[in-house]
Design a protein around this ligand. Structure first.
Ligand SMILES: Cc1ncc(C[n+]2csc(CCOP(=O)(O)OP(=O)(O)O)c2C)c(N)n1
Length: 405
């Protein structure tokens, strides 16, 4: 008879409670702060081209973040979110995947999108909500999406992508399940990675998504970015217990914790996690520990809830500098070329920004044109009312009013 409780009983006669801290999950670290492979650690197999592509993505994103943060302050875009401090976690995990694997991100993962090939122009068009934006200006800035690059459009409500990722991954597995036995008959071609912050892990969707993935065995890689804060709330005011990783164990999911500022550790962990997912069809949880050096968003001011000393302590552990030091030691990068590249990228970003901000906004009808195959009467009515409203108040809609017929 099978045991419906799914627990192998370990009988004890002592009245003992397990302390929440009984579990102390180790953190995988491979690279030292000055770019050396640590004693006892093994570097993952990482060829020169991939290593340089990871590095150039991290460097590009850092420069883009810096410039767009400033553009928001100048009033040129309305909102921005940077990934300062988390470049290695996001880029190295994306690099360990196949191009066709699905990415369901939270919002701070622009580096994964760029690694896949999202161009500077595409970033700019989205940030300026112009008519070339793939999302037709319907989303907030940084809420990117790309069908071609297998990157689900970002949702503002936290955690929605987590059960969606479980369902999507289960779908990726279905064609590899033998109809008779219900077992996996072949290796799965593609998996889904689902990124979220430790704050989002407080949402009900997190628990629903993880439990569903564990029970139904969905090949999803949950990538928890534990960066210490959910806006102004430090992690120690968000949960007790051993981080997010202990919850993976609780749900019966294979789990690893990594130093998220260590490119090699993140790459090795994600590569192995993917291998587990494609061969067993089961989920894996990776918890990355990497401090969020920047503000939560351009609407946030971290000086209200953390000290300069705290920031300085973490600033000295820069993921980009750490990986760069390793690349220099490998002889794969040289300082002069790197500096020249940086200047070139800065110029390209500025030029692309100037172009994108002049491109006109999407036509008003784009708001409703492809919501349904054929517009439903209620939506059509709302659209007509909206046009009428804009015509009556042209001063309130300076960009659109002149173009409404
Ligand atoms: C359901 C829901 N609740 C609250 C918010 C407001 N909100 C936006 S981001 C955020 C913090 C998220 O923190 P975390 O998941 O740790 O990600 P991080 O920003 O640190 O990368 C909150 C509370 C939201 N967008 N959705």
């Amino acid at each position: 008879m099978t045991n419906p409780n799914n627990i192998s009983l370990n009988i004890s006669h002592a009245l003992e409670f397990i302390d929440g801290h009984a579990l102390n999950i180790p953190t995988l670290k491979i690279l030292s702060e000055d770019g050396e492979i640590l004693d006892g650690a093994t570097a993952p197999e990482l060829d020169k081209d991939t290593a340089l592509r990871i590095y150039s993505t991290m460097r590009f994103i850092r420069l883009l973040d810096e410039r767009m943060q400033a553009a928001q302050r100048q009033g040129r875009i309305s909102f921005y979110m940077q990934c300062l401090g988390e470049e290695a976690a996001i880029t190295a995990s994306a690099a360990a995947l196949k191009q066709e694997d699905m990415i369901m991100a939270q919002y701070r993962e622009q580096a994964a999108l760029h690694y896949r090939g999202f161009s500077l122009e595409q970033f700019m068009n989205q940030l300026f909500s112009n008519e070339k934006d793939l999302g037709k200006g319907r989303q907030m800035p940084v809420h990117y999406g790309s069908n071609e690059l297998h990157y689900l459009t970002i949702s503002s409500p936290l955690g929605t992508q987590i059960p969606q990722a479980t369902g999507y991954a289960y779908g990726q597995k279905l064609k590899h399940i033998d109809a008779q036995s219900g077992e996996l008959s072949s290796e799965i071609d593609n998996v889904t990675i689902c990124y979220f912050g430790e704050g989002a892990a407080s949402e009900g969707d997190f628990h629903a998504g993880l439990n569903m993935a564990a029970v139904h065995k969905a090949p999803v890689l949950f990538f928890a970015r534990n960066n210490g804060y959910a806006i102004s709330t430090p992690a120690d005011e968000q949960f007790k217990g051993d981080g997010i990783a202990s919850r993976g164990v609780g749900y019966g999911i294979k789990t690893i914790r990594v130093d998220g500022a260590d490119t090699l550790a993140v790459y090795a962990a994600t590569q192995k996690a993917r291998e587990i997912a494609v061969t067993t069809g089961e989920p894996v949880l990776i918890e990355s520990i990497a401090y969020r050096l920047g503000a939560h968003s351009t609407s946030d001011d971290p000086s209200g809830y953390r000290t300069k000393d705290e920031e300085a302590e973490f600033k000295s552990n820069c993921p980009v500098a750490r990986f760069k030091a390793w690349l220099l030691k490998q002889g794969w990068l040289n300082e002069e070329e790197d500096e020249a590249q940086k200047d070139k990228i800065r110029e390209e970003i500025l030029a692309a920004l100037k172009v994108a901000e002049k491109v006109q906004k999407p036509a008003l009808e784009e708001l409703v044109s492809d919501v349904y195959d054929t517009p439903i009467p209620a939506l059509q009515k709302q659209y007509e009312e909206l046009k009428e409203h804009i015509k009556q108040h042209p001063d309130a809609y300076p960009i659109t009013a002149g173009r409404v017929k």
